[in-house]
Design a protein around this ligand. Structure first.
Ligand code: PMP
Length: 448
């Protein structure tokens, strides 16, 4: 099978003439270049008619699988009822969704709705600043919190640019984008993951409004917090009057129905959700302590944080989110256990296959999220990962899987996602493909 089918090639060629860069997110410009057409359950199809079992899930949203019939029915119903985007007042559906969210996520007393995770983290930072009157923020090396100026820094930063691991201390900021005014970084501090002393180091030196982090780093795979780390951050933030924000855009409704905070028991002040909340429809949430969320309607102009957006609470997305949360809630523990069991089976299967080839391999999981690392332990932070993981093998392995019909996003360290639509048969077939993919990669590298 050639890497890219002829129809995919034609679509890319045509789109490149009119779409800057040829795709609508540069993160999607990966090899092999595939134009997709259809998705159903755990499977997706490209324009050449090739079928894949999908573990990318569009970077995580499709927790129930593609085009879940119940979610689609809810969306169709909303359109048939001539529900519209009114742009004035509120709707019954918005309230229903907010009630579901507040009931599901332990620290959420009040919520607001946006269209994307990036917007939601933006608002969370504004609230933290308005409430504390401070401007500095702490972010985590290897974390991702969106594309806006202050957080688009230090993801998979080359170690040559980053320098050695610093603890306690902070890293030089390495932007993910051009066009960010330099002054922005005077008040942003990037520190190690799993390193509370470095957070304390910054909190002691600067007036910090917020510590913003993914509680499990899921944009460089799946890096779990070490025992006690999140508890220490909670205590430090409380002691310093700093707002603790959990970015649960990836872990929300995926680590567990109540997000990772319901697993670890640590309560952030603010939480950001996105992705799985609406099973692939565009919706994100910012929520948390009522006194903080009150900034959105404060009477004092110095405290009042603007929230606006033509499409906030779009009825299609709200209907999708209500249906998704209802379905996840009804599925309850058995549904989450099944997804986690399938994820564990994939992990065990891959490790067993790698062992046959004497390749060091660990698979880190969090609920239905997984990532393989070709190294002998689950990394604790970006430096550990960057030093020990075989990146070239990772990318080659993913591309070999795609050739076989398993769509695991072909960029090293990108998390895979299992959905409720994946079955034991999909998993067993995928494990067989893991073995075949490793064999073909080894053969192409000249190993027997
Ligand atoms: N936070 C996290 C943890 C994410 O993974 C992402 C997206 N990958 C975002 C924020 C930004 O969300 P969006 O792409 O919807 O703006």
């Amino acid at each position: 099978m050639s890497e890219t089918g002829p129809l995919s090639q034609a679509v890319f060629a045509r789109n490149a003439r009119v779409i800057a860069g040829g795709a609508v997110s540069l993160n999607r410009l990966v090899e092999p270049r595939i134009a997709f057409r259809r998705g159903r359950g755990a499977r997706i199809w490209d324009v050449d008619g090739r079928e894949y079992v999908d573990y990318h899930g569009a970077f995580g949203p499709h927790i129930l699988g593609h085009n879940d019939p119940d979610i689609n029915a809810a969306v169709v119903a909303v359109l048939q009822q001539e529900t519209s985007l009114f742009g004035s007042g509120t709707t019954e559906m918005e309230g229903e969704l907010a009630e579901l969210l507040v009931a599901a996520v332990p620290s959420m007393e009040r919520v607001q709705l946006t269209n994307s995770g990036s917007e939601a983290t933006y608002h969370a930072l504004r609230i933290a600043r308005a409430h504390t009157g401070r401007e500095h923020i702490v972010v985590i090396q290897g974390g991702y919190n969106g594309w806006h100026n202050e957080v688009a820094v230090n993801l998979m930063t080359p170690l040559e640019e980053l320098g050695p691991r610093v603890s306690p201390g902070e890293y030089p900021l390495v932007p993910l984008s051009a066009g960010i005014p330099h002054g922005v970084f005077d008040r942003v501090h990037a520190v190690n993951f799993n390193d509370a002393p470095s957070v304390e180091y910054v909190l002691r030196r600067h007036p910090v409004a917020a510590v913003l982090l993914e509680p499990v780093l899921q944009n460089i795979g799946v890096l779990p917090p070490q025992p006690g780390y999140l508890e220490e951050l909670r205590a430090l933030c409380t002691r310093h009057g700093t707002i603790l924000i959990f970015d649960e855009v990836k872990t929300g409704f995926r680590a567990a129905f109540g997000g990772y905070q319901s697993v670890c028991g640590v309560r952030p002040d603010l939480t950001v959700l996105g992705k799985a909340v609406a099973n692939g429809f565009p919706l994100a949430v910012i929520g948390g302590r009522a006194d903080l969320m009150a900034c959105f309607h404060a009477t004092e102009p110095q405290q009042r944080v603007m929230i606006a957006g033509t499409y906030n609470g779009h009825p299609v997305s709200v209907a999708a989110a209500i249906a998704t949360l209802r379905k996840l809630r009804a599925g309850g523990d058995p549904m989450y256990h099944t997804m986690a069991a399938h994820t564990q089976a994939l992990a065990a299967g891959l490790c067993a296959q790698a062992a046959e080839f004497s390749l060091p391999c660990v698979v880190s999981t969090c609920g239905s999220a997984f990532c393989q690392y070709f190294m002998d332990h689950v990394p604790v932070d970006w430096h550990d990962l960057a030093r020990h993981h075989d990146f070239a093998l990772d990318t080659a392995f993913r591309r070999a899987l795609i050739e076989l019909g398993v769509y695991h996003f072909p960029v090293h360290c990108k998390q895979g996602s299992v959905s409720a639509a994946h079955t034991a048969e999909h998993v067993q077939w995928t494990v067989d493909c893991f073995g075949a993919a490793l064999r073909s990669v080894r053969a192409s590298r000249g190993a027997p």
